[in-house]
Design a protein. Structure first.
Length: 88
């Protein structure tokens, strides 16, 4: 299996399961941001709660009312980090 395969399962906009999660970047009850194998993923909604996020696996469960799922490529951030390292 490739490292860039990711599965998201959303049930009734109340339960989301995401695999391929590398790191939780931020967490509030209305927004969860995470770094995944496909880039940054932001989940917004109401009364969001993380399930099994800190058990050492790459699968995260989220419960609550889920409004949006949004990906962002990390190309610019990676390029900026690489360029900044060259000029240090």
């Amino acid at each position: 299996m490739s490292d860039n395969i990711q599965l998201l399962t959303l049930k009734d906009r109340k339960t989301l399961t995401v695999n391929g999660v590398k790191e939780i970047l931020s967490y509030t009850d209305d927004r969860i941001a995470m770094f995944t194998v496909l880039g940054d993923l932001t989940v917004t909604g109401r009364a969001l709660e993380l399930k099994n996020a800190f058990d050492g696996g790459d699968t995260v469960g989220i419960t609550g009312f889920i409004k949006t799922l949004s990906y962002a490529d990390n190309r610019e951030r990676t390029a900026d980090n690489f360029i900044s390292r060259l000029f240090r």
